[in-house]
Ligand binder design. Structure first.
Ligand SMILES: Nc1ncnc2c1ncn2[C@@H]1O[C@H](COP(=O)(O)OP(=O)(O)OP(=O)(O)O)[C@@H](O)[C@H]1O
Ligand SMILES: Cc1ncsc1CCO
Ligand SMILES: [Mg+2]
Length: 272
């Protein structure tokens, strides 16, 4: 079955996420751990930051979805990430790779290359990271994006085809591709880039939504990856309308993720 993303099916996935409360294992960076867990809880998912070796692998076998974000990759966490990715791959657990600053910094670049062997279900990053990961460029200036998603479109498609992952590139208009079909999400707000975790927490939400679809259906995986971005960015827009700046935005964002309903997602969606 191939599912094309419509606002209605993104809205339906939000409802299913609330019903099924997926258990999302996060091996993520030290900066965004708390925010990421709060974003998952606000949406109705269950976060578990299980990121030490010997626990990470077995847990990935029972989790609904796994996030591996290489933002602060200490040695022990690197081993846990490889263990979790291997176990997720073996168990058929959907997992998301966020290649934070890959291409710029050597330790995480080598780690990301190893992680790709375990076939992420989705890869989510900023344009520089996606370009670097696709080895079409040398990356940007680090953790923040320096290119637009459109400038990474070819790299994203190449990366998707070479890994089998759906690839989501963040920016003003997010681009999500499986290498043959591309979905663009125009929703979002610049305040997401003024709080830590604005991109990173989206990786965790993507893992949550991927857990709801057939892992053997590429169309459903692409649609779920884009639906995660849509739900997340609609909540961000609504939050920004009530926010005085980054601090109150973060608070309103959690509230909007919590209260967001399917009808609002369908009504506010700007897809192309
Ligand atoms: N200028 C913008 N206008 C509207 N929405 C934006 C803008 N920039 C980013 N976004 C939204 O914010 C989300 C996070 O994007 P961002 O570029 O901050 O990710 P990131 O670089 O991975 O972040 P992080 O540094 O937290 O990992 C995107 O999915 C996008 O929808
Ligand atoms: C600021 C920062 N440094 C390493 S990871 C991270 C969070 C945003 O990616
Ligand atoms: Mg990032």
């Amino acid at each position: 079955m191939t599912v094309r993303l419509t606002p209605e099916n993104a809205a339906h996935l939000l409802e299913r996420l609330r019903e099924s409360q997926p258990l999302v294992q996060c091996l993520t960076n030290a900066v965004v751990t708390n925010f990421t867990a709060n974003v998952l809880l606000a949406l109705g998912a269950a976060p578990a930051m299980v990121d030490v070796p010997t626990e990470a692998g077995p847990f990935a076998g029972i989790a609904s979805g796994v996030l591996v974000n290489v933002g602060t990759p200490h040695a022990e966490q690197r081993n846990a990430m490889l263990e979790a990715a291997a176990a997720a791959h073996a168990a058929g657990t959907p997992w998301v790779l966020d290649p934070v600053a890959v291409g710029v910094l050597p330790v995480r670049t080598g780690l990301a290359r190893e992680l790709l062997h375990f076939r992420p279900t989705a890869i989510r990053g900023n344009p520089s990271e996606i370009i670097a990961l696709a080895q079409l460029g040398t990356g940007g200036r680090g953790v923040d994006a320096t290119d637009s998603p459109e400038s990474a479109a070819d790299a994203a498609a190449l990366l998707a085809r070479s890994t089998g992952a759906s690839v989501a590139v963040s920016g003003v208009v997010d681009l999500i591709t499986d290498g043959s079909h591309t979905i663009r999400v125009a929703n979002g707000h610049a305040l997401l880039t003024r709080v830590t975790g604005g991109g990173c927490a989206l990786g965790a939400v993507t893992a949550a939504v991927l857990s709801l679809v057939d892992p053997d259906d590429p169309g459903a995986i692409l649609a779920a990856t884009a639906a995660a971005t849509l739900v997340y960015t609609v909540a961000a827009e609504l939050a920004a309308a009530d926010a005085a700046g980054p601090g109150s935005f973060a608070v309103h964002f959690l509230d909007r993720l919590h209260s967001l309903d399917a009808a609002t997602v369908a009504d506010q969606a700007r897809l192309a």
